[in-house]
Design a protein around this ligand. Structure first.
Ligand SMILES: Cc1cc2nc3c(=O)[nH]c(=O)nc-3n(C[C@H](O)[C@H](O)[C@H](O)COP(=O)(O)OP(=O)(O)OC[C@H]3O[C@@H](n4cnc5c(N)ncnc54)[C@H](O)[C@@H]3O)c2cc1C
Length: 427
């Protein structure tokens, strides 16, 4: 039994893997603390790319990072497992049994002790208990769901090729996820056509449903209007002020009774924390189930427990659930947790530095906002700069995790791959 302090990080997404990497390379490498990461899957993916995996325009075998391999390089431990509860009195995280794909139990449920616990389990779309959504809609909140959507997309395309029909897809949620997915699906179909065995490829009809008055509400109005125009130009029907009241196997039903027929129905609206947070030993939660934290990311109820990224909610000063916020919060804790755990020093408040936002509509166009409120992008060349900016965010993430040389090799490997394989998933 070691007497090193134990830092347990649960959730290896944008925030959790950045924190584990940095703490492993500092405290872990120096032998000053034991850093353990737990995640319910075996590999990390950059969640802002999920819509590309769903459309098949990015290859997830290239873009996954194995937690075990990464942990061994960066002096932390990784265990697969799903947190199902917390025993705050004994400072233990409770993990459920770990199952193989055939349902058999591989690891029994168990507890893992901590001196400091960081929760970074992300979020999922919020269906607001709309009738029929859970049963009849697809979600793209994680890689499994994105792959499952992609399989259905390819199979329905094949059916439409054979029958010479149009394929109808409806997406609920005009935020970055829904908007980017709509464009990416069209981009995917254009590439599929290049490899097509039919002279008369099927048409794709995507309908984007947004309850609010405009899509991309987090962006300035001029970006919303330009993005809507761009989407309409590639045959996406954008319906704003469209409140969905239900879903069934034929499509969506709007509040005014209109039916939107759709073979594939995607729910990409709203954000809430995973249900499991309600079992976290009585930690206070927001209405969306996010864990309430102070501005220094310590939970309001327990000084030994921290939460960051999408699953957290800063009381009085909430921040949007974005990768930028998650990353900055991880860097803040990486800087200050060592002194907290070794020298019992308080953690200062985390000050968010807004660096702007970027949205990319497939190969078609892109826009970004800068901190002062100015907008760039739009038009072919400026749109290209915004699209490259979006790609750079991912490359920056890779370089941060892999280090400069390996990050560049990963980038080069992707380029080589694009020379020999189709740029859309066909199998
Ligand atoms: C399609 C899509 C596009 C997006 N595009 C953008 C964008 O362009 N720009 C932007 O800033 N943001 C974007 N976002 C939002 C961004 O991805 C999130 O804000 C960010 O990933 C949050 O990071 P996180 O570390 O909090 O959670 P995540 O990155 O979601 O990581 C959570 C981790 O926790 C693990 N986990 C979950 N539950 C458990 C459990 N019970 N036990 C153990 N492990 C668990 C998961 O496996 C995962 O590894 C997008 C999101 C989506 C879905």
């Amino acid at each position: 039994m070691s007497n090193k302090p134990e830092i347990l990080i649960v959730g290896g997404g944008v925030a959790g893997l950045a924190l584990a990497t940095r703490l492993g390379s500092s405290l872990g490498q120096r032998g000053q603390a034991r850093i353990t990461l737990i995640d319910k899957s075996f590999s990390h993916v950059w969640k802002p790319m999920l819509h590309c995996f769903a459309a098949g325009t990015a290859k997830n075998e290239n873009d996954r990072i194995s937690f075990m391999a990464h942990a061994s390089r960066h002096h932390f431990e990784f265990w697969p497992g799903e947190i199902v509860g917390l025993d705050r009195t004994n400072r233990q995280a409770v993990l459920g049994p770990f199952h193989a794909s055939d349902g058999s139990v591989v690891l029994e449920g168990r507890t893992v002790s901590y001196d400091a616990l960081v929760l970074s389990i992300g979020s999922c779309a919020n269906d607001f208990r709309t009738p029929g959504v859970a049963e009849h809609c697809l979600f793209i909140d994680n890689l499994v769901e994105a792959n499952s959507f992609n399989e259905k997309f390819r199979m329905e395309l094949l059916r439409a090729y054979d029958a010479g029909n149009e394929l109808d897809i409806a997406i609920v949620g005009g935020g970055a996820t829904g908007t980017q997915l709509a464009a990416e699906l069209h981009k995917a179909l254009e590439i599929v056509h290049l490899h097509s065995f039919s002279q008369t490829p099927p048409k794709l009809k995507v309908t984007l449903l947004e309850a609010g008055p405009r899509i991309l509400p987090a962006f300035p109005e001029e970006v919303s209007a330009a993005a809507q125009k761009q989407l309409e130009g590639i045959n996406v029907e954008v319906r704003t002020s469209a409140m969905v009241s239900g879903a069934d196997e034929q499509g969506f039903i709007l509040k005014d009774g209109t039916r939107i027929p759709a073979t594939l129905r995607v729910w990409a609206a709203g954000v809430k924390a995973p249900e499991v947070t309600t079992g976290f030993g009585g930690l206070s939660l927001s209405r969306s189930g996010q864990i309430l934290v102070k501005p220094n990311l310590q939970t309001v109820d327990d000084p030994a427990i921290f939460a960051m990224g999408d699953c957290s909610f800063i009381v009085d000063d909430p921040l949007p659930p974005t990768a930028q916020v998650a990353r900055q919060q991880a860097h803040h804790l990486a800087r200050h947790l060592p002194n907290f755990i070794l020298n019992k020093q308080d953690i200062p408040n985390c000050v968010f530095n807004n660096k702007g936002a970027i949205v990319a509509l497939g190969n078609y166009n892109g826009w970004g906002t800068l901190p002062g409120g100015s907008v760039f992008g739009g038009g072919f060349l400026k749109g290209l700069s915004a699209r490259l900016g979006h790609l750079m965010l991912y490359r920056q993430h890779q370089v941060e995790l892999y280090g400069f040389t390996r990050g560049m090799i990963a980038c080069f490997a992707d380029w080589i791959d694009s020379l020999v394989r189709p740029s859309v998933r066909l199998d």
